[in-house]
Design a protein around this ligand. Structure first.
Ligand code: BTN
Length: 247
């Protein structure tokens, strides 16, 4: 079914929802809404993004009608900020499992992968008022039926529908996702959230290359940092980066 505000309101009520058929980025709109006073749980959804934001200043590809572009507003405590990214990845992971997908993993820090390829990315952006945290726009992009053939992402990205071999309604998917976001939001700051995220990571126990450091990804800490034992046996603490598997 085509996405529309009326349809989304039926699925998501009473959650404050804004829908755009075409927009630069749901993150931009969510951060603006946050500055205007949006409440926790409010969500911005787009059918297409022209300037979707990815991690590390990259672009995120959201062609019309074939993906989810969702930014949900959360109001965590400052100490809970590291868990916001984990929350997004966990919520998407849960939805994929609920749909019956089998090979679902999280690649540190927050790429959700299906059959070893990236199906979703998560981008949290915080909005501060001086020293005070106003809230976070938690952006989630999910490939539902994006056709990557002939693109540079052909070997690394995947969409849900071809992987499952059936069609999936984007509205239903958003409703499922919001339920899992609410579930994990209620558990922000808990060991349960951290331990569940950690247990889903495919990265641990692997030889990796990250930020020019090669070594064994041994562990993560509660801030979400990756602990890599380098070739000299020294533990390197990585806060952000792209992991390549090299084992
Ligand atoms: C990544 O690079 O892995 C993170 C991608 C996050 C993309 C989503 S799509 C919805 C929201 N709006 C954006 O502009 N980006 C995020």
């Amino acid at each position: 079914m085509t996405l529309s505000l009326a349809h989304l309101n039926r699925l998501l009520a009473p959650r404050p929802t804004r829908f755009y058929d075409r927009i630069d980025s749901t993150q931009e709109m969510a951060l603006e809404w946050l500055r205007e006073g949006a409440e926790a749980g409010a969500v911005v959804i787009a059918n297409e993004q022209l300037k979707g934001r990815g991690r590390q200043g990259r672009m995120w590809y959201t062609p019309p009608g074939v993906a989810l572009a969702v930014s949900v507003i959360l109001k965590p405590l400052v100490a809970q900020l590291p868990q916001v990214t984990m929350l997004g990845a966990l919520a998407i992971f849960d939805v994929l499992q609920e749909l019956g997908a089998i090979r679902v993993t999280i690649k540190w820090p927050n790429d959700v992968r299906l059959n070893g390829r990236k199906v979703s990315g998560v981008l949290p952006e915080a909005e501060w008022d001086g020293g005070e945290l106003r809230g976070v726009a938690l952006g989630m992009g999910v490939n539902v039926r994006v056709d990557f053939r002939g693109t540079e992402l052909e070997q690394t990205a995947i969409s849900i529908e071809p992987a499952l071999g059936r069609s999936v309604d984007r509205g239903e998917l958003i409703a499922m996702l919001m339920k899992r976001v609410d579930y994990w939001s209620a558990r922000l700051g808990t060991d349960e959230l951290f331990e569940t995220w950690k247990s889903r990571l495919e990265t641990l126990g692997q030889q990796v290359l990250v930020n020019r450091i090669t070594g064994l990804a041994e562990d993560v800490d509660t801030y979400g940092a990756l602990l890599v034992r380098d070739e000299n046996g020294v533990i390197q603490r990585i806060l952000a980066g792209d992991v390549e598997f090299c084992g």
